[in-house]
Design a protein around this ligand. Structure first.
Ligand SMILES: Nc1ncnc2c1ncn2[C@@H]1O[C@H](COP(=O)(O)OP(=O)(O)O)[C@@H](O)[C@H]1O
Ligand SMILES: [Mg+2]
Length: 366
């Protein structure tokens, strides 16, 4: 097991700058997820850690040793891909032990490791089957088993669940988490799915366009995004961004949304935001759960306003409501009993204690 250090790493493919100088320190035993939209450089980063891609500039160290010039087979890492091709003519046991047999491990040791991995993955009864006799989820487990038996310093996963259906993905997510709790191997996991990232990671690394936007625990990223990109990428339904002006109105700092609607900034936030007043348009960032039906008694910092609902989506435990503010559609989450109806008005409430304020020019959360 080992920590991984990434220092100012750049990857250029001819004209394409795929990774633009990233720094990342991954701790021993840590489960780190790289997440971001397609093409942001996740796979490239993972493949550089694995040694499958050269590094254009910078340095990668595994377990304290710089590995820039170490070939993949000597890096002591194990990789699980989206296409976890198992050998069809080999049994599960043979598939799992293949790498160890190549390395001429003693038979006892091979059997011990395969048994241990099979126990962790709960696939002991499958060891004599061929891949075609397995379900998708079982095959995925075998692919993980193949990585576990090698007892590597680091596990690298590249979208390992993308080929599975939605229900199985959720199950396998839990399996992967359980496996990590048992083996505790340092893990770097790549996905484009922010829910997968949030549920699996000790820390999430949000990438965008070849750079790291922010690194943090799932809760940290959710509650304290540093950029508009992270604020919009993490969380589903996504955070609403409402253009407004921050201005002084009769001695009170307000978010002026339109002629009819101005939301007072809670006193606890006013000190932080006052320096930005009058600086043109800003974005009010509010998550859907902070736009709810108005209660009779409003807490401090919660402001009621009238909305006209375009669309409602009953989800069972809650109803998502969509309504326009200044022509932009925003999403709120209301109680199923709140009487939300499409095409009808509803008294809504914005909880500004949980607001974010974003500078649209820099994209930074203020
Ligand atoms: N072998 C390659 N040659 C040229 N460009 C590549 C190659 N591999 C990836 N890229 C480019 O590098 C960028 C990052 O790709 P990738 O790391 O695969 O993104 P992700 O895994 O986040 O979807 C993309 O613009 C992609 O087109
Ligand atoms: Mg990829």
């Amino acid at each position: 097991m080992a920590e991984v250090h990434i220092r100012k790493v750049v990857k250029k493919y001819d004209e394409v700058l795929a990774v633009r100088g990233i720094d990342l320190d991954i701790r021993d035993h840590e489960f780190v997820v790289l997440v971001g939209p397609s093409g942001c450089g996740k796979t490239t980063t993972l493949r550089m850690i694995a040694g499958l891609e050269d590094i254009t500039d910078g340095e990668i160290a595994i377990g304290g040793d710089v590995v820039n010039d170490v070939p993949p087979k000597d890096r002591d890492i194990a990789m699980v891909f989206q296409n976890y091709a198992l050998y069809p003519h080999m049994t599960v046991h043979e598939n799992m032990s293949f790498g160890l047999r190549l390395k001429k491990f003693p038979k006892d040791e091979i059997n011990r490791r395969v048994d241990e991995a099979a126990r962790i993955l709960d696939i002991k009864e499958l060891l004599d089957r061929k891949p075609k006799q397995l379900s998708g989820g079982q095959r995925q487990r075998v692919a993980m088993g193949r990585a576990i038996v090698r007892n590597p310093k680091v596990f690298l996963f590249d979208e390992p669940l993308s080929n599975l259906d939605a229900k199985l993905r959720v199950q396998m997510r839990i399996e992967i988490k359980k496996v990590h709790q048992k083996v505790r191997t340092t893990t770097v996991y790549v996905t484009h799915d922010q829910v997968e990232a949030m549920t699996l990671a000790d820390r999430v690394v949000v990438m965008n366009n070849g750079v790291i936007e922010q690194v943090g625990t799932p809760n940290d990223l959710y509650h304290h995004p540093k950029t508009r990109f992270v604020a919009g990428f993490i969380g589903s339904p996504a955070m609403n961004f409402i253009p407004c002006k921050l201005q002084d109105e009769a001695g009170e700092l307000k978010l002026r949304i339109n002629d009819g609607l101005a939301l007072p900034v809670p006193p606890a936030r006013a000190g932080k935001y006052v320096q930005h007043k009058g600086n043109g348009s800003v974005l009010l960032g509010l998550r859907p759960e902070h736009l709810t039906e108005a209660r009779a008694q409003l807490d401090p910092g919660v402001v009621a306003f009238d909305a006209n609902l375009d669309v409602t989506e009953p989800m069972g435990m809650e109803t998502l409501v969509y309504f326009p503010i200044n022509g932009e559609t925003v999403c709120g989450r209301v109680n199923p009993a709140a009487g939300a109806k499409e095409g009808a008005p509803l008294k809504m409430a914005a909880d500004l204690n949980n607001m974010h304020l974003i500078d649209p020019k820099s994209g930074l959360v203020l």
